[in-house]
Design a protein around this ligand. Structure first.
Ligand SMILES: [Zn+2]
Ligand SMILES: [Zn+2]
Ligand SMILES: [Zn+2]
Length: 318
């Protein structure tokens, strides 16, 4: 069987697993669809290789050949892994929605390594993520027709699954729309809300009519666990502000979010001077009583109005 046929068949088997009304097949659905997507990525690398499938090898090295020239030869038997697939797609200018790709992989990982209820909803989200990646790989990267290559049954099931998931997601999001968020950051992070227990995006407000942030109580449609707003915001901020934080730290600057000294979540917003999850706020005139430098939330909370340096000096004088 060719690599491409194998990829298509693996996806088809995964979709059949999902369509079976059998909870035991749910993990197998996610595994197969994920494996099929990886195989499609490899098919792209195979087609990009000159004539020797060299880009499928994990390692390759220059070697002298019998014509006295240099050729690039695969080393070892291992095939390319996810990190190298990402690097090679980038090097060869093949765009792919890696956020969706990683989302699907995270769900697989989480399903394999934790016990939780509601597997079908999680599988639905993974396969909905997969649909967009599969479409991009087939249509843009491989120039294949998804309907004819996957067959109408499989392709329709993928589209219907994505619609079902999207409808459920919208129903959950609607319950959060009326909330008056105390911070802009919380409102901005809304699309990244996930359940702290199972990481599903199907998080809803228990009382859909509640408007006050203080009274927000959340529950997960996928696993049924209730959760506080704090941990949900903490996880959402990692997504929403993760890239900004990474760049800020790399450039030696200050990340936009820090740990809140009051509630301990990573939800203190530097620009807004307050925590998104609890009512802790840093007064605008929070300065060190000795040197007059501005104080961080941590310093203000821990050192009774002194900067870290002067708090350290004061503790030595005692
Ligand atoms: Zn959950
Ligand atoms: Zn807080
Ligand atoms: Zn000071």
């Amino acid at each position: 069987m060719t690599l491409f046929a194998n990829a298509i068949e693996t996806i088809q088997i995964g979709v059949e697993d999902l369509l079976r009304n059998d909870e035991r097949r749910v993990l197998s659905a996610v595994r197969n669809v994920h494996a099929g997507v990886l195989l499609l990525c490899k098919e792209k690398l195979r087609r990009l290789s000159p004539d020797d499938e060299i880009l499928l090898a994990q390692r390759f090295e220059p070697q002298p050949n019998d014509k006295g020239e240099v050729s690039i030869e695969a080393v070892g038997r291992n095939t390319v892994g996810v990190d190298d697939i990402k690097k090679r797609f980038k090097a060869f200018d093949v765009p792919l929605d890696w956020k969706r790709f990683d989302g699907m992989a995270d769900i697989r990982h989480h399903m394999e390594h934790s016990y939780f209820k509601g597997g079908r909803e999680r599988a639905r989200q993974a396969v909905a993520d997969a649909l967009l990646v599969i479409r991009q790989l087939l249509v843009e990267a491989l120039q294949e027709n998804p309907l004819t290559t996957l067959g109408p049954d499989c392709w329709t099931a993928l589209l219907e699954n994505a619609d079902l998931f999207e409808a459920e997601l919208q129903a959950c999001r609607v319950t959060l729309e009326g909330v008056d968020w105390d911070t802009e950051a919380a409102a901005r992070a809304l699309p990244d809300f996930v359940c702290p227990s199972c990481r599903s995006s199907l998080v809803r407000q228990r009382d859909p009519n509640n408007r006050s942030q203080q009274n927000v109580a959340l529950t997960c449609t996928a696993c049924g666990e209730n959760s506080e707003l704090g941990p949900v915001l903490g996880l959402a901020f990692e997504e929403t502000f993760g890239a900004e934080s990474h760049i800020a730290v790399k450039d030696g600057g200050e990340p936009p979010i820090s740990a809140c000294p009051e509630c301990g979540e990573e939800t203190f917003i530097i620009a807004e001077g307050r925590c998104a999850a609890c009512d802790f706020a840093l007064p605008e005139d929070a300065t060190c009583a000795i040197c007059g430098n501005g104080l961080s939330a941590e310093e203000y909370y821990e050192h009774e109005g002194l900067c870290s340096y002067h708090a350290h000096v004061a503790s030595k004088d005692d």
